[in-house]
Design a protein around this ligand. Structure first.
Ligand code: MG
Length: 227
């Protein structure tokens, strides 16, 4: 039984534990990804942090060598799906309606309808925010949080859970750090305060070497799963 405490001081019981249900389906997804041999990456971050662009850069670099697929999660609209599709990869749009996150159930439905056997990597772009996606395991192999310097240097400490539970933190758009008055090193320090073990990558689409590093990390993690 899941209990919710309301601001009014009342307690309500929500019948069943939605997180428990989600975990069960996430395990099914994990099993399915394993069977298909696909490496699944859940990419989380606010709207405007640059998730879609980073995924596109990875698609461009990896799709000549590997079979790439992407799920584009959004509350509404399919602009991101259209961006992925332009690169000629298998693209699966996922509109959540009014939900602010993808959950294991949505992903389970999609992978039942879309056979991923033979695919090497699946990008799952989550719905744009730093809060709701943290509670929902999708069965993915890797969780990545993307944050842009334009979100301000207090953004990280305001969202501790997502930085504590991700496998990689990306601090993006570092080319505009000066213009927005943010020191990326402060953001790095904040991430380390929350999670001393998490690898941190500084990126900008305009700095080629950072994009190469981003792609290399994804490729290495994918190959580790296949080994
Ligand atoms: Mg996007």
């Amino acid at each position: 039984m899941w209990t919710q405490f309301l601001a009014t001081g009342h307690i309500i019981n929500i019948g069943h534990d939605v997180f428990k249900e989600n975990r069960k389906l996430a395990d099914k997804n994990r099993e399915s990804f394993k069977k298909s041999g696909v490496f699944a990456v859940n990419i989380m971050g606010a709207i405007g942090s640059g998730k879609t662009t980073l995924i596109e850069e990875a698609i461009k670099a990896l799709s000549s060598k590997y079979k790439v697929a992407a799920i584009a999660g959004d509350v509404i609209a399919d602009m991101d799906a259209a961006r992925f599709e332009r690169h000629g990869i298998k693209t699966i749009p996922a509109n959540t309606g009014k939900e602010c996150h993808l959950d294991a159930h949505i992903v389970n439905d999609l992978i039942k309808k879309n056979d991923l056997s033979g695919y090497d990597i699946l990008f799952i772009e989550n719905v744009g925010n730093l809060i709701c996606p943290t509670d929902f395991d999708l069965g993915e192999d890797m969780k990545i949080v993307v944050v842009s310097v334009s979100e301000g240097d207090d953004i990280i400490l305001k969202h501790p859970v997502i930085f504590r539970t991700s496998d990689l933190a990306v601090i993006n758009k570092i080319d505009i750090a000066d213009a927005v008055g943010v020191n990326p090193e402060t953001m790095v320090r904040d991430v380390k305060t929350l999670n001393e073990k998490i690898p941190i990558l500084l990126t900008s689409k305009k700095r080629e070497e950072t994009v190469e590093e981003w792609v290399k990390i994804l490729e290495n993690e994918m190959l580790k799963k296949k080994a």
